[in-house]
Design a protein around this ligand. Structure first.
Ligand code: HEC
Ligand code: HEC
Ligand code: HEC
Length: 332
């Protein structure tokens, strides 16, 4: 019989030692002065390996679709540029005192960066550094937009970047939603066709985190109740527009639904004067409509919005090509 006591005592002492290291306060964890390079390298290796693991089986979608880069550019300027800089401005002063210091992505993205790794980094963030994860884990589509943008960042000159983020726009919202909320970037909604109540309820949902969009959660987080009311009245002008009215097959679903598959007629709710709080679809951006339909189908009520659960039921048995046709029919 082996005497285990020396081993147990040794293990106990080792545990005590492990506990003592942080308790002693001697382990460098300050941002200024930065921690020793060897500790940086240690954590960095762990972070890189964890990103590798998360990116192994990621399927990369097409990254050259219309509007992808443009949709992400506004979010980059609003959130990321403070730490990482942009073609138009250096990072904020505070970011230079972070440890590790955020890299200048205009330069860094020119190095080897496969899309799946950028995706994992932007979606999950990097713990123990200032690098945040995406505000919602449900919106891979938004994260892919950002990947598409970051891949072109090194080649973007200041002028092109300025026009992508519409630097000349009069307000923060207009850089993405267009002049007076009339839209323009494929996949981003126009606001002018809606009534104020709908816009206000949506903004509250983004602010509370109950409607899932990393971009809008970031844009709405700081808004006060008064600001929401003001913005909703400013942009919600109830403008009447028409969609393309094609393809003809979609008109059938709009008017009568698909009874044999329990799909209700869209027109029973949308554009129905008895349901004024429901969003208008006529003249909306078609790529945005398609994206929302896919979100309802994929995430059901989790997509959120004050009445998101209603749409979650509507799309259950809609096929993707039908959604595309409907988005085109309503879209401008
Ligand atoms: C508060 C500061 C901060 C913000 C805001 C921030 N990051 Fe970072 N980011 C960092 C830091 C710090 C690192 C480096 C982490 C490290 O060295 O392990 C980093 C690393 C990265 C990397 C990895 C670079 C590489 O070489 O692999 C990417 C990509 C990135 N950030 C993208 C973004 C995007 C996109 C946004 C906006 C959605 C963003 N970051 C917002 C601080 C920030
Ligand atoms: C960085 C780009 C960006 C900025 C800045 C931005 N938005 Fe948005 N907004 C979007 C995108 C993208 C969506 C679509 C979200 C989704 O996919 O669910 C959206 C959605 C919305 C919606 C929902 C519309 C609907 O039909 O349901 C409202 C309302 C809205 N934004 C208002 C605003 C207001 C007001 C501001 C200014 C405080 C603002 N946005 C700033 C990009 C932006
Ligand atoms: C039973 C009522 C109802 C029916 C039927 C209905 N919808 Fe909706 N729909 C809603 C409501 C309510 C919302 C708003 C969800 C929210 O609160 O964000 C909505 C939202 C949407 C949105 C997102 C709009 C935006 O601005 O974000 C799209 C796209 C949409 N519906 C398409 C359709 C289509 C296409 C049909 C027909 C197949 C349809 N809807 C049928 C009630 C309905």
């Amino acid at each position: 019989m082996i005497d285990l006591r020396p081993y147990l005592a040794g293990a106990g002492l080792a545990l005590f030692g492990l506990a003592w290291v942080p308790l002693s306060g001697l382990l460098p964890r300050t941002a200024e002065p930065p921690q020793p390079a060897v500790l940086d390298a240690y954590y960095n290796l762990a972070a890189q390996q964890s990103i590798t693991l998360r990116s192994l089986f990621t399927e990369v979608p097409p990254l050259d679709e219309a509007g992808m880069k443009e949709r992400a550019a506004g979010h980059y300027e609003m959130v990321c540029a403070d730490c990482h800089g942009s073609p138009l401005r250096p990072p904020q002063q505070f970011s230079r005192n972070l440890s590790p210091t955020p890299p200048l992505l205009v330069e860094r993205m020119a190095q080897w960066h496969p899309p799946a790794r950028i995706f994992a980094t932007v979606k999950h963030g990097i713990s123990r550094t200032a690098m945040p994860g995406w505000p919602t884990l449900l919106r891979d589509d938004e994260v892919w937009d950002m990947v598409a943008f970051l891949r072109t960042l090194p080649e973007l000159d200041a002028h092109t970047y300025a026009s992508m983020i519409r630097q000349d726009a009069s307000g923060d919202c207009e850089s993405c939603h267009g002049m007076d909320g009339q839209g323009g970037i494929p996949g981003t909604p126009r606001l002018d066709i809606q009534i104020p109540d709908y816009l206000a309820a949506s903004l509250e949902a983004f602010r509370n985190g109950t409607r899932q969009s990393g971009t809008m959660m970031a844009a709405a987080r700081q808004l006060s109740d008064d600001e929401i009311t003001q913005l909703a009245h400013h942009y919600g002008r109830d403008v009447n527009e028409r969609g393309t009215g094609t393809p003809a097959g979609a008109a059938e679903i709009v008017q009568r639904g698909i009874p044999q598959r329990d799909v209700p007629a869209c027109a029973s709710c949308h554009n129905n004067p008895d349901r004024p709080g429901y969003p208008k679809l006529d003249g909306q951006d078609p790529a945005y409509l398609f994206r929302q339909l896919k979100l309802f189908k994929e995430h059901r009520a989790e997509r959120g919005g004050p009445n998101g659960h209603i749409m979650a039921e509507v799309v259950r048995f809609l096929e993707e090509d039908e959604m595309k046709a409907l988005a085109q029919w309503y879209g401008r």
